[in-house]
Design a protein around this ligand. Structure first.
Ligand code: ADP
Ligand code: MG
Length: 612
């Protein structure tokens, strides 16, 4: 019976098959990578059971059939039963056709395939019919699909456990010669390019030449065929760094689908001592499409002396570095380690500590020696650093705080807290900051005008101010918002009768009204006292279930402004006008801060009343 693909799967396939950006040859890498995964799974199962394991039984073979124009990729991996054939090849695991389509506009399709778990379908870029013959337990099944329109599963015969995927290659077209995928040379070079480090042998019959009579010096030569292993098999992480080029690391990153783009940076670790391990770690160039959502899973691939135990071992990587991708291999980790014991495993805890500390020093090194690169990293991955710092209630301050950077008023770029503090005089004991939606908005803030001679950090990420509030200080220098009033900054103002009266007009809205001589050409500014700033009040207001949090607002009036003259004037002659001016000034201060005003209609009317 013919079955329909899930609608979503169908859409992605059509997008992929018809993509003009397509680099068709990557289908081979995808199928080999799936075969390798299947071998990993079987090998791991076999090693765990007390079965006798013969390494030669685990392999991949590529079979070229020029006559029938088919290419077969065979593996002796775990295989699929009927249900798995339907589930794995009939649907798309990571749902997200829409996201796939959007990303496709920007990227090369080969970079998207692994991210969306659609590698298998790339077979249809070169074949108009695909057969998957697979055996997992005692029964074998044949899955067939033409042009990825629908598919059929029937019972079939197959002796060995494993999978054989046969591609019926498309007829040659103007812009693509599909026949080339039947050539020895093409396959050899594709395996070399994309799949060299697959840890199982990839066999293929290749043509060789030999003397017809080995003992005769003048013998003629003849061609003969022999199975040969095409790949080097040695896992890349076991090779000495000196033998590896940047390109090798980049290819491995792509092979493993660690990220969309090229990695921003990588580390190759080889630690010897009490617990030995090797690791290759990457910082992706771009955050994965689901980074920060629930579907994203952090973790490194974990190997025990070349046997894959797990795709994503979470316990190895701290949340602060959840963006790091890569592999760890250690002979000191037992194959039989299970999920629950992982956390309790001493070796693993040791490895994890080393790895996290290496990542940290790698980043600090980048910060110091390649700031441009660090800025790129920071742009993508600052959030997990901040969230970890925040959620640990500051316990990770020493570990993480020097990785943070913030926009500086004076430097016009991001600086670290260390850099801020280095520029302070010994007598200066505060790190000033201003929070707001954007640098532009903060730059226009009236409160900034009294900070001409001091550097101010511009916090544009909602988290920043909460973080500063929690951390309180850096190296003994206190974080201080430029809109927060000190407790001793109120005395001289208190006596002024005008301000007392203004406060009476705004009894619940403000805790205080006062004057200022530092506001330049701004008539008003809204400051606050205490822990909660106006920006924090706004953030809380926008959060669905957050409690209501109000800043204790202080309205400051510029004593050198026309507004102040008008206030003084009306205070003596016209109580109604005085109230209108007060309310209008308060509304204006709120507008400047990006706060909603209670009654816009009244505000507008008042303004027209005042323009007389
Ligand atoms: P991904 O590899 O990202 O999961 P693919 O589209 O490449 O996505 O493969 C889909 C699924 O089909 C795999 O996750 C696996 O379960 C199954 N599969 C594909 N090829 C094989 C194979 N050769 N042997 C066993 N299972 C396979
Ligand atoms: Mg795959």
């Amino acid at each position: 019976m013919k079955k329909e693909f899930k609608a979503e799967a169908k859409k992605v396939m059509q997008l992929m098959i018809n993509s003009i950006y397509t680099n068709r040859e990557i289908f081979l890498r995808e199928l080999i990578s799936n075969a390798s995964d299947a071998l990993d799974k079987r090998y791991y199962e076999d090693m765990k059971s007390s079965k006798e394991v013969n390494k030669d039984d685990y392999y991949i073979e590529i079979i070229r059939d020029k006559e029938n124009k088919t290419l077969t990729i065979k593996d002796t991996g775990i295989g699929m039963d009927e249900q798995e054939l339907t589930e794995n090849l009939g649907t798309i695991a990571t749902s997200g056709t829409e996201k796939f389509r959007k990303s496709m506009d920007k990227s090369d399709i080969s970079e998207l395939i692994g991210q969306f778990g659609v590698g298998f379908y790339s077979a249809f870029m070169v074949a108009d019919k695909v057969e998957v013959l697979s055996k997992k337990n005692d029964k074998a099944y044949l899955w067939t699909s033409e042009n990825a329109e629908n598919y059929e599963i029937t019972e079939a015969d197959k002796n060995e456990i494993g999978t054989e995927i046969t591609l019926f290659l498309k007829d040659n077209e103007e812009d693509e010669n599909y026949d080339r995928f039947l050539e020895e040379y093409t396959i050899e070079s594709l395996v070399n390019k994309y799949s060299n480090y697959i840890r199982y042998p990839i066999y293929m019959l290749v043509t060789k030449s030999r003397k017809k009579d080995p003992d005769d010096e003048n013998s003629e030569y003849e061609d003969y065929q022999e199975k040969e292993v095409l790949n080097s098999k040695e896992p890349i992480w076991k090779r000495p760094k000196s033998k590896l080029k940047e390109e090798d690391y980049i290819n491995f990153y792509k092979d493993q689908h660690f990220g969309f783009d090229e990695p921003l940076s990588y580390m190759h670790l080889n630690l010897e001592g009490l617990v030995e391990f090797k690791a290759i770690l990457y910082i992706p160039g771009k955050a994965p499409f689901d980074y920060g959502s629930k579907t994203y899973q952090k973790g490194l691939a974990l190997y025990s002396n070349g046997v894959k135990i797990m795709d994503k071992c979470e316990d190895i990587i701290d949340d602060s570095f959840s963006f790091v991708k890569g592999v760890v291999d250690s002979e000191d980790i037992s194959l039989n380690i299970s999920r629950e014991t992982l956390q309790k495993n001493r070796q693993l805890r040791f490895i994890s500590k080393q790895i996290n500390s290496k990542i940290r020093s790698h980043l600090l090194d980048m910060l110091k020696n390649d700031r441009e690169k660090y800025d790129k990293f920071y742009e993508e991955f600052q959030t997990p650093l901040k969230v970890s710092l925040y959620e640990s209630y500051g316990a990770k301050k020493d570990e993480l705080i020097d990785l943070l950077q913030f926009d500086s008023k004076d430097k016009n770029r991001k600086i670290t807290l260390k850099e801020y503090v280095e520029n302070l005089l010994e007598t200066e004991d505060k790190i000033y900051y201003a929070a707001g939606d954007s640098i532009e908005k903060i730059k226009n803030s009236p409160a900034l005008s009294s900070f001409e001679d001091k550097d101010v950090l511009f916090l544009t990420d909602k988290l920043d101010e909460f973080l500063f509030r929690m951390l309180r200080d850096y190296e003994g220098k206190e974080f201080k918002s430029i809109t927060e009033l000190e407790n001793d900054e109120n005395e001289e103002n208190q006596k002024d009768e005008i301000f007392e009266k203004m406060k009476e007009v705004l009894p619940d809205e403000v805790v205080e009204v006062r004057k200022s001589d530092k506001l330049k050409d701004n008539p008003v500014v809204l400051l606050h006292r205490g822990e909660v700033s106006i920006e924090m009040e706004k953030t809380f207001k926008n959060q669905p279930n957050a409690p209501e949090l109000k800043a204790q607002k202080v309205l400051e009036i510029n004593e050198n402004s026309k507004a102040y003259d008008m206030l003084k004037d009306s205070f003596e002659n016209d109580k109604d006008r005085f109230e209108e001016i007060t309310k209008t000034l308060f509304d204006q201060a709120k507008i400047i801060e990006g706060l909603e005003i209670e009654n816009p209609t009244e505000y507008v009317k008042n303004i027209w009343k005042l323009i007389k």
